[in-house]
Design a protein around this ligand. Structure first.
Ligand SMILES: *[C@@H]1O[C@H](CO)[C@@H](O)[C@H](O)[C@H]1NC(C)=O
Ligand SMILES: *[C@@H]1O[C@H](CO)[C@@H](O)[C@H](O)[C@H]1NC(C)=O
Ligand SMILES: *[C@@H]1O[C@H](CO)[C@@H](O)[C@H](O)[C@H]1NC(C)=O
Ligand SMILES: *[C@@H]1O[C@H](CO)[C@@H](O)[C@H](O)[C@H]1NC(C)=O
Ligand SMILES: *[C@@H]1O[C@H](CO)[C@@H](O)[C@H](O)[C@H]1NC(C)=O
Ligand SMILES: *[C@@H]1O[C@H](CO)[C@@H](O)[C@H](O)[C@H]1NC(C)=O
Ligand SMILES: *[C@@H]1O[C@H](CO)[C@@H](O)[C@H](O)[C@H]1NC(C)=O
Ligand SMILES: *[C@@H]1O[C@H](CO)[C@@H](O)[C@H](O)[C@H]1NC(C)=O
Ligand SMILES: *[C@@H]1O[C@H](CO)[C@@H](O)[C@H](O)[C@H]1NC(C)=O
Ligand SMILES: CC(=O)N[C@H]1CO[C@H](CO)[C@@H](O)[C@@H]1O
Length: 874
């Protein structure tokens, strides 16, 4: 049963705000979970609790209007950042600035275009993940951004064509989890609030939003798609990385555009009230994706704390589902005051948690809406002040460039290298072939939001992209090296001019072909791809160019510049294609990475953060591209079997497996130990978490509700047309009645806060006992080759096969990256926590360790597991 048909959407929303229908649980729909948990009740989170003390002190001084201001954006383009909350002038508290995105700062200048999430995942380097996050945080702070809208840890990539997979870290929850943890810690150590997004199941762009896809011609569409997954899959695959972000103390979580089990993610009480705020013990605030909020009171009751950009139903119309409507919902009794208090307190707790202070934190010194130095404060409103809007502050530092370049190098994945044909040595003539080798005539920022694939591909498109301060292409570095080292370099950058390509290739010692595949966010269409890739083929006739070149040169090297897996079958086994290097949108310094590896300055150490299949059909899921239904249903029927878990289960041989990547040296693994720690608790269930601290209410539950004249527009107030305000009009209050029964509360609605957390919850990231270390694994890695090199030791766990529970054949549960000089050995240690050993048991709503024999493997990829051991729990 579908409550929100778009035809009646605005009506439904009005009704929801002032009383009317409510999205009740139906069969196969989300369970109702209320009340929304109050923040600051964890018995464990000392740092959060300190932040809550400050937040409560601050919020207890606020009027209702001021609280509402904190929760609501001022409207699209109504402030310098992509999102700006209202301010509290009385206390000198400025608007909170929220800015895209996951790989750096969008829509400005003198910022770093960092490697994308997928490149960062490919490094498998925890320290680099942290350093990148920290550099991103420092840049945000220097531009005056309070809340960075990243990292992205969903999509996880169940469908390889998913348009935004590249913004996240790869198709495994554990890898995503580590990357999320490190990135959040890095950003927040710099004093900026990180945002974990997109919560949840936002695995494709097609039909993610209603209006956007009606514009693309799907006029039957009434609602965004509903992604439907069962609870175990939810917790073990899709929520896992968010749990790690929360464990790292993330201040904000963004709910996504899509529906989950027939309920909008941003009004899904199960997802926000239960999974996020109880099971994961999240203490920060939930912010909607931009226009992701679709109802008023229903969203507030379900746990949405902040709406962005403030406009609710459409862009830049000054109409909000919070703002005045939130004030009204308090004044007419639909929404209890404690909920607005909690929204404001969660926002301020996140603010104080990362050490922000209105007296010292810089104000935004840029405009998202122009790169001109001067402009209107509100660009669509010529009644607003005109003046300096961009101070062109250089946000970059050596921390940025070091992280960017090192990730460019460490993310390069060498997937084929016959006869050690790389690194290139002893050559006199090279040829570079294909448009992806060099620049685009329009410059690196030649298309809006990087919505084109011209020249070197160093990023995907959409809100997850940024302006390049420069882009070093592979051709740039090759030219420079040719000048310095004295080799001949020819190139042909036309993908379709096979005559020139083959002429140069035939005469070169090695021919390097650059090919690409791009994707991005669903609001832009690029070469017929609306966000999601239409298929996994190379763009611009890449297969043909490779084949033409390989026909004339025995030393053809392919560089794939891609957002994800591509189909390589047309040429991968061609004996003349001696080497293949995979570059996963590493940002501004791509040329350093590609050429550094090809010429052997850096020994490649990237590993595939997803599986490359031989056939598109080998993947467990694909994007749903076409629909005639009002609400497309995307059933996650593959369940746990995402990426390699599916290939393992179905016994499908991939082209290149998850975790795979070659080096210019060789490594051995030895001396394996697997030990269950002495005296640790290995009972199936963790100890119950401690009870919640007593709830704190401000001045009693509802006593601080103001009188109507306190919430009216101030006299002679100067209103900007599209600005979102917290005030009510005389009209609004004319027939206002305070009636706490009038709103049709959902089934199971209650306001009684529970005493105890979920058995899976209690602290940030979950029950603290889940992170007890139970098993220690050690091994020795030796570099047996001739040169320095870096190995990624990967630990895969297999669960008991006789426990009466279905499990993936193996799951990544550890990785360590070690650099070793020739002949050097190093001992690597892993620990497996209770959570690592557990599955999510739906009936108990808890994590449970199965009984029986566990197998532990360590090796260099998911299919090259050099070491095997086991332990048994009885
Ligand atoms: C989705 O529906 C399934 C089946 O009814 C249920 O098990 C699961 O808890 C629901 N998940 C969410 C997030 O609503
Ligand atoms: C709410 O925020 C707006 C925008 O910053 C500001 O103009 C207004 O004064 C604020 N209202 C209150 C009551 O603080
Ligand atoms: C409150 O929400 C309703 C329903 O969407 C909308 O029509 C109205 O304009 C909103 N009020 C304000 C002041 O934004
Ligand atoms: C930027 O400046 C140019 C030249 O003055 C002007 O034409 C353009 O409209 C400005 N753009 C914006 C967004 O203000
Ligand atoms: C490999 O290159 C050689 C030399 O150009 C050519 O004769 C041969 O046909 C090529 N092989 C393939 C499989 O294209
Ligand atoms: C989408 O489905 C409709 C109706 O089945 C069909 O007419 C149309 O050709 C399909 N479009 C694509 C791109 O497959
Ligand atoms: C999704 O699952 C539901 C419930 O099991 C089923 O009724 C529906 O047909 C499925 N939809 C698709 C598109 O597979
Ligand atoms: C690595 O080992 C393989 C197999 O023993 C061998 O063919 C190759 O030459 C070695 N590579 C290096 C760089 O030592
Ligand atoms: C393995 O362990 C043994 C005993 O602890 C030690 O002698 C040996 O050096 C270790 N290293 C390798 C590479 O096997
Ligand atoms: C000059 C050039 O190559 N322009 C192309 C840039 O990308 C767009 C969209 O991908 C193409 O349509 C242009 O032809």
């Amino acid at each position: 049963m579908l409550w929100f048909s778009s035809v009646v959407l605005s009506v439904a929303v009005i009704l929801q705000v002032t009383g009317g229908v409510y999205a009740r649980a139906t069969y196969d729909s989300t369970p109702n979970i209320y009340p929304s948990p109050l923040g600051g009740r964890s018995s464990y989170d000392t740092y959060w609790n300190l932040a809550y003390m400050k937040a409560r002190e601050f919020v207890s001084q606020l009027t209702l209007l001021e609280k509402v201001n904190l929760t609501t954006g001022t409207g699209w383009e109504m402030g310098p950042c992509v999102g700006n909350t209202g301010s509290i002038p009385r206390l000198g508290f400025p608007s909170i600035c929220l800015q895209d995105g996951p790989l750096g700062i969008r829509d400005t200048d003198l910022n770093t275009a960092f490697p994308a999430g997928i490149a960062t995942g490919a490094t498998f380097n925890k320290n680099l993940m942290y350093l990148r996050g920290n550099a991103i945080g420092l840049e945000n702070k220097s531009k005056g951004i309070n809340v960075a809208l990243g990292p992205c840890m969903g999509p996880i990539g169940r469908a390889p064509e998913g348009g935004r997979n590249w913004e996240a870290f790869g198709s495994d929850p554990y890898l995503q989890g580590i990357a999320a943890y490190e990135t959040v810690t890095g950003i927040q150590d710099a004093g900026v609030i990180a945002t974990a997004k997109h919560f949840l199941l936002n695995e494709q762009e097609h039909f993610r939003q209603h209006a956007e896809w009606v514009e693309f011609g799907y006029s039957d569409l009434k609602e965004p798609y509903s992604a439907n997954a069962d609870d175990r899959v939810l917790h073990e695959i899709y929520v896992w990385p968010f749990a790690e972000a929360v464990r790292a103390g993330v201040g904000s979580v963004m709910c996504s555009y899509n529906q989950v089990n027939q309920t909008q993610a941003c009004q899904n009480s199960y997802l926000m009230n239960k999974v996020l705020k109880d099971d994961l013990g999240f203490q920060g605030f939930v912010v909607s994706d931009w226009l992701g909020q679709r109802s008023g009171v229903a969203s507030a009751l379900a746990g949405l704390d902040m709406t962005m950009p403030g406009d609710g139903i459409g862009w830049a119309d000054g109409i909000s589902l919070y703002g005045s409507n939130l004030t009204l919902a308090i004044m007419n009794g639909s929404l209890p005051m404690w909920r607005v208090d909690d929204m404001a307190t969660r926002i301020m707790a996140a603010y104080f948690k990362v050490g922000q202070d209105p007296k010292t934190f810089p104000s935004p010194n840029f405009s998202s809406w122009t790169l001109n130095s001067t402009g209107y404060t509100f660009p669509t409103d010529e009644d607003s002040a005109f003046g300096v809007v961009n101070q062109h502050v250089d946000a970059r530092s050596s921390a940025s460039s070091q992280a960017s370049r090192q990730i460019s190098l460490e993310s390069m994945i060498l997937v084929k290298n016959e006869n050690n044909s790389l690194p290139l040595t002893n050559f006199k003539k090279l040829s570079l072939l294909g448009s992806a080798a060099g620049p685009f005539s329009g410059g690196p920022n030649g298309c809006v939001d990087r919505g084109c694939n011209n020249g070197t591909l160093a990023t995907g498109w959409g809100s997850g992209s940024v302006n390049f301060p420069y882009m070093v292409t592979p051709a740039d570095i090759f030219n420079y090296r040719a000048a310095m080292n004295g080799f001949q370099l020819d190139y042909s950058l036309d993908d379709y001019d096979h005559d020139s390509a083959t002429t140069y290739a035939a005469a070169a010692d090695a021919a390097i072909v650059f090919v690409s595949s791009d994707s991005g966010e669903g609001f832009l269409e690029v070469e017929g791809n609306i966000g999601d890739r239409n298929d996994l083929k190379l763009w611009h006739g890449g297969d043909d160019l490779i084949k033409a070149v390989a026909a004339v040169n025995r030393h053809t090297i392919v560089v794939v510049e891609s957002v994800g897996a591509v189909d390589m079958e047309a040429w991968i086994e061609n004996e003349n294609v001696t080497a293949v290097l995979y570059s996963l949108v590493p940002g501004q310094d791509i040329g350093f990475g590609v050429v550094g590896v090809l010429l052997g300055d850096y020994n490649p150490s990237g590993r595939l953060p997803f599986t490359i299949a031989k056939r598109k059909e080998d993947y467990p899921a694909t994007v749903i591209y076409n629909t005639t239904s009002a609400v497309p249903q995307i059933n996650f029927t593959e369940g746990l079997y995402v990426d390699y878990r599916h290939f393992d289960k179905q016994n499908i041989v991939p082209r290149f497996e998850f975790g795979f990547g070659l080096s210019y040296t060789n490594f051995t693994f030895s001396n394996f130990t697997v030990t269950v720690k002495e005296g640790v608790d290995t009972d199936p269930y963790p100890f119950a978490p401690k009870a919640y601290l007593d709830p704190v209410f401000y001045n009693g539950t509802n006593s601080s509700r103001p009188s109507t004249d306190e919430v009216l527009y101030p006299k002679n107030f100067r209103k900007y047309k599209k600005f979102v305000y917290p005030y009510l009009t005389d009209e609004d209050v004319k027939d206002l009645k305070y009636d706490t029964e009038a709103y049709p509360y959902p089934d199971n609605y209650t306001e009684i806060p529970p005493n105890d957390p979920s058995p899976a919850g209690g602290a940030s990231g979950g029950n603290p006992f889940l992170f007890d270390q139970i098993v220690t694994v050690t091994c020795e890695i030796t570099n047996t080759g001739p040169i320095v090199g870096t190995q990624v030791a990967q630990l895969y766990l297999s669960y008991p096969d006789d426990a009466g529970v279905e499990f993936a054949v193996q799951s990544l549960k550890g990785f360590e990256k070690v650099e070793l000089t020739a002949g050097q050995s190093y001992s690597v240690a892993f620990t497996l926590t209770r959570k690592d050993l557990s599955y999510y048991e739906v009936e108990s709503g808890n994590w449970k360790i199965p009984r029986g024999k566990f197998h532990v493997y360590v090796g260099s990829s998911s299919r090259k597991r050099q070491l095997a051991g086991s332990f048994t729990l009885e």
